[in-house]
Design a protein around this ligand. Structure first.
Ligand code: FES
Length: 211
């Protein structure tokens, strides 16, 4: 799969410039690559490493910690069915079984047409709205089997393109900051020490107690 394309390299450079150190942009650039391809490929991680002057292993080491970064191809829509306690009590497991039948894949699988990846997930923090489902991390609450099938049909028909963009798209509006509105981007070596550190260091030098 792809390295970042030319437009995204230009965008990556603008993102990197917002931080005191290039490698602070590691996670935003992983999101950018995932937005481009729908998942985070080895080639993209190697390209990110080049851009922020670290190793591909360091990019992988960070990205693999976060469940939202997919290190393998996934469907256009990631359908997450919660089966944790609140959702389980209100039919989450039955809903997952139904989802497997509707989509024709087991949990963890992707439909042959590449449209849907189904996942059995832990609590997604919508316990009062159980059973909860997320599609590309957008919430759908209190779904029964009929409502689930309607949701899948609407996604297949492209009726929810506005509210559920393809997997990897965090937001449809990208934040841009004018240079004079960027807050306190000062390289660490150019920043003054916090007062409490200076006080502690002075106390240590004098062998006394600064309290
Ligand atoms: S248990 Fe399902 S959202 Fe919390």
């Amino acid at each position: 799969m792809a390295r970042l394309n030319a437009d995204n390299v230009a965008l990556a450079e603008r993102i990197i410039a917002r931080y005191p150190k290039p490698r602070s942009a590691l996670i935003p650039l992983c999101h950018l690559a995932q937005e481009q391809d729908g998942w985070l490929s080895e080639e993209a991680m190697a390209h990110i490493a080049e851009l922020i002057d670290c190793t591909p292993a360091q990019v992988l080491g960070t990205a693999s910690f976060y469940e939202m970064f997919k290190l393998h191809p996934v469907g256009r829509y990631c359908v997450n069915v919660c089966t944790n306690i609140s959702c389980q009590l209100l039919g989450g497991e039955e809903l997952l079984e139904h989802a497997e039948e509707t989509l024709g894949v087991r949990s963890g699988g992707t439909t042959e047409d590449g449209m849907f990846t189904l996942e059995d997930v832990e609590c997604v923090a919508a316990c009062t709205e159980a059973p909860a489902v997320q599609v590309n991390y957008r919430y759908f609450h209190r779904l029964d089997t009929e409502a689930f099938d309607e949701l899948i049909s609407a996604l297949r028909a492209g009726e929810l393109e506005d509210s559920v963009p393809p997997h990897g798209t965090l937001a449809k509006v990208r934040q841009e900051l004018d240079g004079d509105r960027v807050a306190n981007i000062t390289a660490p070596q150019d920043q003054s020490k916090p007062v409490w550190i200076e006080r502690a260091e002075a106390a240590a030098r004098s062998g006394g107690d600064d309290s």
